[in-house]
Ligand binder design. Structure first.
Ligand code: C2E
Ligand code: MG
Ligand code: MG
Length: 237
């Protein structure tokens, strides 16, 4: 099992703001299982906490060497819901000497849907230890506005499926509305799956703060990140 890192750039495409840790699970024949299948398998086998903490630990250890860069880590709904989850995160941060204010936990909407009060408390606990929380894949689940109203997310990541639709009129209308909504709530917005310069221009003009996608970089092994960072001036934080 390994972890790859995909950079997230500021919308002007000029600097690297963060990297997202992505699970890479290699089979003995050298092929990879998709992270979705790996996560589903781990959920079924009761291994999801162990894998989540493994990715967190590996990612924090690697990202310690990339000063100022925010590290985003995906956490499954099952793991996020556990009462001990935030304590687990705090332990990994202590063990790896990774500063909490550079950690961003990504959860999908379904992690908050069943029990928004509990999700809200988990987010508050993460804030209390200094970490941030992003809603991932926004627009693909229930897109419940009441969740956005109730939960103090720091960032919302708009799903690639909307970005793919640019410049179709309906996609553009939905993106404008989603970005304006998230910004009006005082949260940061990232667009995922940016592959073309046309998408980048539109998303920047529409008010996205950050962009992530193959236009800038595919998920990279940790060893390739320093050279990637060298190419960009990083923003002051
Ligand atoms: P995600 O968190 O939304 O991550 C973004 C996914 O989109 C990644 O796929 C990334 O490689 C892909 N991507 C980014 N930019 C582009 C682009 O421009 N074009 C295209 N075609 N794809 C792009 P990946 O690595 O296959 O991960 C898929 C999903 O698996 C993730 O979606 C996340 O939900 C889940 N996942 C990955 N690693 C972990 C993990 O460590 N823990 C948990 N719980 N879930 C994980
Ligand atoms: Mg993610
Ligand atoms: Mg996503």
């Amino acid at each position: 099992m390994a972890v790859a890192f995909q950079p997230q750039l500021t919308a002007d495409g000029q600097s690297v703001a963060s990297v997202e840790a992505l699970l890479r699970w290699r089979l003995p024949d050298g092929s990879f299982i998709s992270p979705e299948s790996a996560v589903a398998y781990a959920e079924r086998e009761g291994l999801i906490d162990v894998i989540g903490l493994y990715v967190l630990q590996q990612a924090c250890t690697a990202a310690r060497a990339w000063p100022g860069l925010v590290l985003a880590v995906n956490i499954s709904p099952t793991h996020f819901a556990k009462p001990g989850f935030v304590d687990d995160v705090a332990r990994v941060l202590d063990a790896t000497w990774f500063p909490a204010n550079r950690l961003e936990i990504e959860i999908v909407e379904s992690a908050a849907f069943d029990d928004p009060d509990h999700a809200s408390r988990q987010i508050e606990r993460l804030h209390a230890i200094g970490a941030r929380v992003a809603m991932d894949d926004f627009g693909t689940g229930y897109s419940s506005l009441s969740l956005l109203q109730r939960l103090p997310f720091d960032k919302v990541k708009i799903d690639k499926s909307f970005v793919d639709g640019i410049p179709a009129t309906r996609s553009v209308a939905i993106l404008h509305a989603m970005i304006a909504l998230v910004r009006a709530l005082g949260m940061k917005v990232t667009a995922e799956g940016v592959e073309t310069v046309e998408q980048q221009r539109f998303l920047k003009a529409a008010g996205c703060h950050y962009l992530q996608g193959f236009l800038y970089a595919r998920p990279l092994p940790a060893e390739s990140i320093p050279a990637f960072l060298e190419k960009y001036k990083r923003p002051l934080r």
